[in-house]
Structures are given as C-alpha cells and as structure tokens.
Design a protein around this ligand. Structure first.
Ligand SMILES: Cc1cc2nc3c(=O)[nH]c(=O)nc-3n(C[C@H](O)[C@H](O)[C@H](O)COP(=O)(O)OP(=O)(O)OC[C@H]3O[C@@H](n4cnc5c(N)ncnc54)[C@H](O)[C@@H]3O)c2cc1C
Length: 500
C-alpha cells in the first residue's frame, strides 16, 4: 500500500483518487478551494442554480467504467439524461438547425435545415471520424504518452496514418468533405472543445462530433456538479480522505523522487506517490523545485499555445422562453474573426482581445433544481475569450471591462433573436481572471494547452512526470481536457501506479 497525496479535487484528480483508493492505497486529496469539483462548479442564489463550468457530458461510458471499477454503478449515484435535441444552432444567415440526439436521425435533419445532400456530406465525414476514433482510442487516448513509442503505436499501418492524416487541420478536413459553409462552421466549433483554433487544430478532432452523436449528449439532473460530488463520495467510500481549504505549496522531491507535499501553513504530508490534478503549467512553474528532468517539460509547455478561456454570464431570468433547447449556439457572420481575436493571430496578431461579435452558447436546462419556480429560467451563457494575461494580452480585471463586455454579449444575443434584456433578475459575470483565481488554471485556460499545431498533443505534459513517483491527471495533461478525457487520464494514472 502506498501513501498517495492528490493535489486538487478537480474531476480528474477525484477520479484518480477513487481508483487508487479502490486499489488499496491510502489516499489523501488536498484541495485549496472550500469545495470539490474545480471547474465543475456550481453557483446558487435566490432559488436559481447554475453549473459554472461544464454543461455537456459526452461518453458517459467512461464514468460508468470508473464507477464499476470502484464499487457500484454510475446510475446509482447520478441521474443521467440523454438530450434530444442535442443542440440547436442558429447561423448568421438566419438558418436554424436542431441536431437530434440520435445519430441515425442527424442526416435527415441536416437535409431539411441546410438542403438536400448535406446529410450525406456529414455522414461521409462522420464515417471517417469513426475510423479515426477506432485507430486512436486505445493507443493514444487510453495509453500513457510515450514519445516515439506512442507514434509507433499510432502508425500501426500506412492506411491508419492516411485516415488520421496528422498533417491535416480540422478546417482542412471540413473543406474536403463539406461543401456547405454552415456545415463547415458546425465542424469548426468542435475545435473549441479542446480550446483550440480549427485552422490549426488537427483533423482528428472530428472524433469529437462523432462520439457526441454516436454516444449521445447528456445532462446530469440537478446539475453536472453532482458528478463531481458523486466521484468524491465514491473516493471517500473507498477510504480516501478529502481535505478542502487546503492548498499545496510545494511538491517535495527527495533523492530524485516525489516524497510528499508541503501545505500552505507549513504542514508536511509525506507520501510515496504524488498525483497532481493542478494545472500542469502551475505545477511545473510553482510547485516543483527546478531541476534538469523537469526542464524539458517546461520547454514543451513554453512552445505550446495555451487553450482559450471563457467569459460566462449566469443569468437569472423572469419568465420562460418558448421552444428553447437545452443547448443553443448562435454563430456570428465571421467565425475566423473570433479565433483571430482569442488567439491574437491574423488581423489581431500579437494582440488578443475580447471577441467583438462572438459565437454565443446558451445552456438552459429545463430542470426544476435550477430555478425558483416554473416561471423562471437560469441560463449559463458562454463565449470564447482570450485568457487572462495582464502582461501581454487582455487584463480581465481592468475596471469596467467585464460589465461592458457582459452588456455587449446581451446585445449580441438580442440581435440574434434571444433578447432577454428586460427579463434579467440578476446577472453574475465570470471572467477568465475569475476562473484563474478559483481553480488556479494559469490565465483561466480551460483545457491547459490547446491542440493548435500537429505536435500539440505530444507537447502536452505526460501522466508520468520525469520525477519518479509524481503523476499528472486532469485537463492540462495527456490526453487533454473535458470530462471524458480527464476520466481517461485518471485511468492511465491508476494503471501506472498499480495496485497496493
Ligand atoms: C466554462 C467552462 C465550460 C466547460 N464546458 C465543458 C463541457 O461542456 N464539457 C466538458 O466535458 N468539459 C467542459 N469544460 C472542461 C472541464 O470543466 C474540465 O476539463 C474538467 O472539469 C476537468 O478538470 P480537471 O480535472 O483538469 O481539474 P480542474 O477542474 O481544473 O480542477 C483543478 C483543481 O485543483 C485545485 N488546485 C490547483 N492548484 C492547487 C494547489 N496548489 N493546492 C490544492 N489545490 C489546487 C483547484 O482549486 C481545482 O479545484 C468546461 C470548463 C469550463 C471552465
């Protein structure tokens, strides 16, 4: 039995804690915030309740695996609801597209909304994406990152390489398969699921819409934060200790291997294994002593583009919006302008800025747990935003900026047909700076490093650090961010640590 110290109680860390406790280790989770969940947060006031981070669960099977491996079915712990429609899109030209929750029904819905032939184009792309998924799931997503060995596993055959086309961007793949610009916009958006720019992210991100449509879009009744609570509960049932309000100040390294952690206030917790669910950039910059083995990881991190962040409005609304889907996406006229602004490229080279005319995403669960009465709604509104970077980019704490931009987002919503300005009971604004403060994600990047560039996946910090006994889980390490992938990072780490 090893003594395991887990830094942070984000979902990746909690999943690792549950797995390691179930394997017989003595696990202590140390979370600086007063509650568990990290980005999977919750805000409640006056009967309104909001998930402040994720609003969409994909691949719930990975959480079924986690719960099965740690002692009982997921369905006993949370109430999962499959969404239908999965998402309603509104394009700049006024076209509306409601994507069904059942993959088999998607092509017909595309034909109706976008014109005959659209469904066939999308189906051809999804067939390619399914093949990409089959090729990459086991050797890449479910395995530790191992440089050349990972590349060799991925390059199983020439035809597999041609299918995954690592040299191709998501935008390039869309252009090859999809003639309708609205379909290409739809595909582009999936780059943002990893916080990336479709013009630089790899084609293999087409697997994201594939898994979303093939395995469904899901909601957790009562709010997604219940998933974090359930995983924490499972870890505790298996014997883990969870300490909130407990910041880790340093990962101790003795004799070249991880030896425990020092907490704020000076307490030392000795451990045989340290699992860090904190942002990898913060771990390598602040929590670990500088050393030769960690230098290479720092260099790789410095070469990567950080992922985008988000600007969030939590809107407590009077009244209900007839016909509103659970998820609605309102696209702008010029999607590229959004990525230029967020990443400070193209026309905004070197100067990221808040997006003037952003894509707006609204999540409005029809769930009594989120509203004070049946004549109210609670909307989570998200737009892509550059990270908080007072030195070289946007300073989201600049006086007046957050309020001005919140008003701008409400105006954009109104222009695109969802005018709720006279229904706002109150609005809470959460900027990238707030996300950074609350979850210690550097700059408020949602997914650690982005997938911008063909090598990005290989520059992402691996789950086994160069310091023996120190492992990384969560969205800023391999295989990446989002609820499904962090479950995989936990599975990989549990495999690397092994049973007691
Ligand atoms: C606005 C938003 C929308 C999103 N939407 C989706 C979505 O719809 N679907 C989806 O799948 N994903 C979504 N995500 C991403 C998803 O939330 C994360 O990938 C996921 O929650 C996993 O996070 P994590 O395991 O990396 O840990 P995090 O949630 O980043 O948690 C890290 C934890 O470590 C703690 N910590 C850090 N440093 C220390 C320290 N030194 N000592 C102690 N504790 C420390 C932090 O306080 C935090 O609790 C969204 C995220 C955001 C912010």
């Amino acid at each position: 039995m090893a003594r395991v110290a887990v830094v942070g109680a984000g979902l990746g860390a909690l999943a690792a804690a549950a797995r390691l406790a179930a394997l017989g280790h003595a696990v202590t989770v140390l979370e600086q915030a007063p509650q568990v969940g990290g980005k999977l947060g919750w805000y409640a006031r006056d009967g309104h309740g909001f998930d402040t981070g994720p609003s969409l669960v994909t691949l719930p099977r990975l959480y079924r695996d986690l719960f099965a491996a740690t002692g009982g079915p997921l369905e006993d712990a949370v109430d999962l609801v499959r969404l239908d429609p999965a998402v309603a899109y509104r394009f700049a030209d006024g076209t509306r597209l409601s994507v069904p929750g059942d993959a088999a029904a998607v092509p017909a819905a595309l034909d109706v909304a976008l014109g005959a032939g659209s469904g066939a184009q999308w189906s051809a792309l999804m067939a390619r994406a399914e093949a990409m998924w089959r090729i990459t799931e086991q050797p890449f997503l479910r395995s530790p990152l191992a440089g050349a060995a990972t590349l060799a596993r991925l390059a199983g055959s020439g035809s597999d390489v041609a299918t995954v086309a690592p040299w191709r961007t998501l935008r390039g793949l869309g252009t090859a398969y999809l003639r309708d610009p609205r379909l290409r916009t739809l595909l582009d958006r999936y780059a943002t699921y990893s916080g990336s720019d479709p013009r630089r992210a790899p084609a293999v991100l087409a697997t994201v819409p594939h898994v979303e449509q093939a395995f469904g879009s899901w909601y957790v009744r009562g709010g997604l934060r219940r998933l974090a609570e359930a995983v924490a509960q499972r870890a505790v049932e298996r014997g883990a200790v969870v300490r909130t309000g407990t910041a880790v100040e340093q990962v101790l390294v003795e004799g070249g291997r991880a030896a425990g952690v020092r907490l704020a206030g000076g307490e030392v917790l000795r451990a045989d294994v340290v699992v860090s669910g904190a942002d990898a950039a913060a771990l390598y910059a602040d929590l670990l002593p500088a050393s030769r083995p960690t230098r290479r990881v720092r260099r790789d991190l410095a070469r990567s583009t950080p992922s985008l962040s988000g600007f969030v409005l939590l809107l407590a609304l009077r009244g209900r919006t007839p016909g509103l889907a659970h998820h609605t996406v309102l696209f702008p006229d010029d999607y590229d302008a959004e990525f230029d602004a967020v990443f400070g490229v193209g026309r905004h080279r070197g100067a990221p800025r808040p997006v003037a005319d952003p894509t707006v995403y609204v999540s409005a669960p029809d769930d009594p747990a989120t509203r004070p009465d049946d004549d109210s709604e609670s909307w989570f509104v998200l737009v892509n935003a550059p990270r908080h970077d007072p030195a070289g980019g946007v300073d989201w704490t600049a006086p007046g900026l957050a309020d001005r931009y919140a008003q701008q987002v409400l105006d954009v919503l109104a222009r695109r047909g969802l005018d709720v300005r006279d229904r706002v009971r109150w609005c809470v604004v959460r900027t990238p700076a707030d996300l950074e403060r609350d979850t210690r994600s550097v700059g408020g990047s949602i997914y650690g490093t982005s997938s911008n560039g063909a090598r990005a996946a290989f520059l992402r910090p691996g789950n086994a650090s160069p310091v023996p006994g120190l492992f990384l889980v969560g969205g800023s390490s391999h295989p990446g961010g989002g609820l499904p992938l962090v479950a995989l990072s936990a599975e990989i780490v549990a495999g690397l640590v092994g049973p007691a």
